[in-house]
Design a protein around this ligand. Sequence first.
Ligand code: PLP
Length: 420
Amino acid sequence: MTTFSADRSYAESLDSADALALFRDRFVHDDPERIYLDGNSLGQLPVRTQARIAEVVDQDWGVGLVRSWERWIDLPRQAGDMLGEHLLGAAAGQVLVCDSVTVNLYKLAWAALDAQPGRDVLVTDDDNFPTDRYVLAGVAAQRGCELRLIHTDIDSGVSEQALADALDERTALVSLSHVAYRSGALADMAALTRLIHGSGAMALWDLCHSAGAVPVQLDACAADLAIGCTYKYLNAGPGAPGFSYVRAGLQPRLRQPIWGWFGQREQFAMGPSYDPAPGIDSFLTGTPNVIGTVAVEEGARLLGEAGIEQLRQKSTLLTGYLIYLADQWLAEYGFELASPRDDGRRGGHVTLQHPDAWQISQALIRAKVIVDYRTPDRVRLGPVPISTSFSQVWDAVDRLRQIAADKSYADIPAEPSRVT
Ligand SMILES: *Cc1c(COP(=O)(O)O)cnc(C)c1O
């Protein structure tokens, strides 16, 4: 248990001892007063990525033109292997960077059902991210299967008991988020995967809020499938492609539903019918997003250089300090912690509950602390360890305390805008 202090000098001393402090300079900054606590929604732009994208656009595309495909063609696998090595605990040949999270979930859920005739139930939880619930409901409807929604407390995360109750010999696939998008609750991947395997079903993990935030050990946990996002903690930019993991032992048994030419054996033979490539390549669909994938490589390289264990250590300290300050300063204004207090059960962000959460989040943004609002009444603060200092956490909670004390958010319309 760390003993924190609410003196700003204490935050400054944590900054002086921070071995990752210099990584802050690896990102593009334009305003020293801005405190960006939303890298869990859209990561900041790394300086090197800006340069690499310019190089790809100017040289590879501008000059190399179509000849550059020689180098681009293997990018989805190359970037996937980098993610596997640095961040996901996955040996080579099991991760691809392609399509979106949403599309990848559809592909993998469909493939998992196809591979297990006789099993016709998908399981997820009622607090999983919307696109996950919608895609699974769609797959279930299209295939005449059942989608079982287990109940999850929105602050504490998935319950092992609720999951156990939903498993039986009909269960084909359980799809869960490793870190809950709203509360940041961190699920025990190894234990839940074991539980799922006990019923003979496959386990699919959504790593959107864990990739680059918490160490993930897909191989060691014997996870079957995983999907994730690269524009959050991986800093690959808006709309950068998602990733998929398919355990090597399962690859020969799974066939995904989108029979595209990038998943074809000897793609450029342009053969008469679909014959899937061996291995992970069969999970490709069409032409990859080159610029986005290059940015994923840079993002993985940067986090790999910092080291995911070191990042996690700092992240736990950052969020722990944020919670400490919130306890000290904000409780009297009606804020409550809506994330797990236990360091080992919490991912990279902290969520606070307050009846005026929408207005407060907007007032914070006005005060240059960029956070986001989540339904029903939550403010989400993501102090990403690669670029956030302890002094910034102190300043952010201090600005929040002032906004709450003088109610300066009262002029903001109470109704949330279209994008939150
Ligand atoms: C961000 C996020 C997504 C986003 O999916 P896209 O297809 O990239 O829009 C999906 N699932 C979870 C859990 C997320 O946090």
